[in-house]
Design a protein around this ligand. Structure first.
Ligand SMILES: *[C@@H]1O[C@H](CO)[C@@H](O)[C@H](O)[C@H]1NC(C)=O
Ligand SMILES: *[C@@H]1O[C@H](CO)[C@@H](O)[C@H](O)[C@H]1NC(C)=O
Length: 462
């Protein structure tokens, strides 16, 4: 063996013994639709938002994806994993308005194998449908007639006409839950409903608009909403991180900023009925006594409303049951007052990894890659608790658990690879435990010219 090759082999053996940031390897990149609907609103596109749970979803060996096509109809696709071809069906519903928040969310109720679809709302009524029983497991033909008619209720449950951010999650005992916001930005409540024995029931509000917040510049705000980074079960606990969005614009140093402040954490061990802070103190009961901005012991990273802190980024929980969130904002070394959150975030914002240790301490580490976008990032963790963060434009940065999540490395650069992704992406959280990261993205376009919707798959640390 040539001496330099020998040295290189020794080096790679040493790296694998001592640990290195995990890699990703491209498996496939498939096109769902050449002509997805395209328009930019709130800095985003409607088919791909960070807060979409779930725009792409794996269940029982099948993967589902949803988007609006250029005729504005909602399309559902399905493929058999690992490499089956996509089939599509068109639901009898068209996107009602050019608002990028009106995403499509998918869920499966394990007890009856129904596929649930919630969509097209932003402080408006919801549109909802669910499939015939066992469609998620039977492999029956993929046709729209297997779905019920579109309702503006959550099946049997009336959840009002001011609904936003529909998300489906599955509890440890296999019930489907529905998380959403009632009310509006700056004056809203997070809500929970649950699907059991074929019907939906309200659990109640678990974080409210009430309380008083006084900013560092002395302005008081009396209403807000909690924007969540996720609603994530691990074992019997559901973990929530989030940020408050104040109603009073004056809490920010500039009207061009964002009134988001602080990162909060709390959890529930009874599927969202009662809540505890990181120290284990009881802090709220859904319905009767929701968490609010004055709840004690929920801020785990303090930040005033002057830094363009983003809402609704992402979170994951590791195998030890510890929360990991990605937040992003403009660090103080660039400015102490964000005056235009869109341009300042694009120029200066950095992602931060905020995570809890088992002794209750939270650590925040700046990930040394700029966001270069207004938009949000996604974190997932593999079965060995390595971290993978998908930055806008499908740039994947990783850090190993063995380094204490300190060795952040660019593992895949979708920009350099010419993917031409719009920016923000959404990921298949249910597939990650099988060692594959599936990312739904849409191509950059201009005006209202449709563009392709794609799913790109990577093997994690393979
Ligand atoms: C908590 O654990 C972290 C990580 O192991 C450690 O860095 C920190 O010093 C600990 N804090 C306390 C108060 O023990
Ligand atoms: C909404 O987007 C469509 C393209 O999907 C475009 O044709 C239409 O003009 C847009 N409407 C408004 C009000 O911008």
């Amino acid at each position: 063996m040539h001496f330099s090759i020998l040295l290189a082999s020794l080096a790679s053996i040493l790296i694998s013994i001592c640990g290195a940031a995990p890699s990703v390897s491209l498996v496939s990149n498939t096109q769902l639709d050449a002509n997805g609907v395209f328009f930019v609103s709130y800095d985003g596109v409607v088919n791909v938002n960070s807060f979409q749970l779930s725009g792409v979803l794996t269940y029982s060996g099948w993967q589902y994806a949803a988007w609006y096509t250029s005729t504005r109809y909602a399309i559902l696709a399905r493929r058999q994993l690992p490499s089956g071809a996509w089939s599509t069906l068109q639901l009898p519903h068209q996107l009602s308005t050019n608002d990028s928040h009106n995403v499509i969310a998918l869920g499966v109720s394990p007890a009856d194998g129904k596929i649930h679809v919630a969509m097209d709302c932003h402080s408006t009524q919801l549109y909802y449908t669910s499939s015939e029983a066992n469609l998620a497991t039977s492999g029956a033909s993929w046709v729209a007639s297997r779905f019920g008619s579109i309702t503006t209720t959550l099946g049997n449950l009336n959840i009002g006409t001011v609904v936003t951010y529909p998300q489906f999650v599955v509890t440890p005992d296999n019930l489907l839950q529905f998380v959403y916001r009632s009310g509006v930005s700056g004056n809203g409540a997070t809500q929970l409903a649950e699907y059991k024995s074929g019907s939906w029931a309200n659990v109640g509000s678990w974080a409210s608009a009430s309380g008083t917040y006084t900013s560092t510049n002395g302005v008081t705000s009396t209403a807000r909403n909690l924007y969540i980074h996720g609603f994530t079960y691990r074992a019997n606990r559901v973990h929530i991180t989030g940020t408050w969005r104040e109603q009073a614009g004056g809490v920010s140093c500039s009207s061009g900023g964002l009134t988001n402040h602080d990162t909060t954490y709390f959890y529930s061990d009874d599927k969202g009925r009662t809540w505890k802070n990181s120290a284990g103190a009881s802090i709220g009961t859904s319905g009767s006594s929701p968490v609010n901005v004055n709840t004690a012991g929920i801020i785990v990273d303090s930040l005033n409303a002057d830094h363009g802190l983003m809402n609704q980024e992402s979170q994951a929980v590791d195998s030890a049951g510890q929360i990991h969130a990605i937040i992003s904002y403009v660090p103080g070394r660039f400015t102490q007052c964000v005056t235009n959150y869109e341009s300042d975030r694009t120029s200066y914002a950095r992602p931060f990894h905020v995570y809890r240790s088992s002794n209750g301490t939270f650590t925040k580490v700046e990930i040394p890659f700029a966001i270069s976008s207004v938009g949000r990032s996604q974190i997932v963790m593999d079965n060995s608790d390595n971290a993978y963060v998908v930055l806008p434009y499908v740039r994947i940065v990783t850090a190993s658990k063995s380094s204490g999540w300190a060795d952040w490395t660019l593992a895949y650069d979708g920009q350099a690879q010419g993917l031409n992704a719009f920016g923000e992406v959404t990921v298949d959280r249910a597939r990650v435990s099988s060692g594959v990261l599936s990312i739904l993205y849409q191509l950059k376009s201009t005006g209202t010219t449709p563009s392709a919707v794609k799913v790109i798959d990577f093997n994690l640390n393979g």
